[in-house]
Each structure stands twice: as C-alpha cells, then as structure tokens.
Design a protein around this ligand. Structure first.
Ligand code: NI
Length: 138
C-alpha cells in the first residue's frame, strides 16, 4: 500500500454541500475517494495536453452496408496500425456495427486517428475515450 498523506481543504459550505450531494449520486463511499478520482482525471487531462504516451479507445457506430465506408475505415486503421492495440467489431443489429479500437501512443497521433475516423461520411457516432497508460501515477 502506498504512503498516505492527509491534508486539509477549505471550502465554502454551499460548494461542499453540492460536492457531497454529487458524491452520494455517484456512490462514492467517502470524500477521499472522490478527490483521488478528480485528481487522476486532471492528471490524465494533463497527459493528453502535453502529448506524452497515452491510451484510450475510439468507438464508432456505422452501417456496414456502405462498403466504401467500411473500406475507408480499414485503410485508415492500417495507416495508424502502430498505435492500435486491439479492435473489436460488434454487430449491433441487421444494419449497425459498433467498432471498439483500443489505442496507445502519442496524444497527437491518437487524436488525429480518432478525428479522421469520426469524420468519415456515414459514421453515425464516434467518440474518443481519453485514458492513461497508468504509468504516470499510482
Ligand atoms: Ni458488423
């Protein structure tokens, strides 16, 4: 278990009440765990901002009947294959596919890949989940 340090935080009563209310809604067991999560979120944001090695997932929803679209998605993924760790294809229904592309690499390259895939005509929805390699913090 890592060393734990305690520190005091001063907040206006109203802000603390709102924070506690949010913690209950999100099922945090205590404020410490919520603060840890907030701090980790900011550290991950900083990793993406400074362009260090990051990890994440691109999610795409599209109609597989559009063959040109499917070929473009494959071509682009081959162009960026260095940063693609794994791909999962899920047939959502008769028409729609969900593709999960797990990625690791520089923040700039991953953002470029995600933007390129999301902007292809026919992609119904695309997201980039910005996460971390986990090495930057405990
Ligand atoms: Ni499919």
């Amino acid at each position: 278990m890592p060393d734990l340090f305690r520190f005091g935080v001063s907040l206006e009563k109203k802000l603390l009440d709102e924070f506690d209310s949010l913690l209950r809604k999100r099922h945090y067991v205590n404020r410490s765990e919520a603060f840890r999560d907030l701090i980790r979120q900011e550290l991950v944001k900083e990793e993406w901002r400074t362009g260090t090695e990051v990890a994440g997932a691109v999610t795409l929803v599209y109609d597989h009947h559009q063959r040109e679209l499917v070929n473009k998605l494959i071509d682009i993924q081959h162009d960026f294959q260095r940063m693609i760790i794994s791909t999962q294809h899920i047939h959502l229904d008769h028409d729609n596919c969900l593709e999960l592309i797990a990625v690791k690499g520089s923040a700039a390259d991953i953002t470029k890949l995600a933007d390129t895939l999301k902007s292809i005509k026919g992609v119904k929805h695309g997201t980039l989940s910005m996460s971390s390699t986990g090495r930057g913090f405990k």
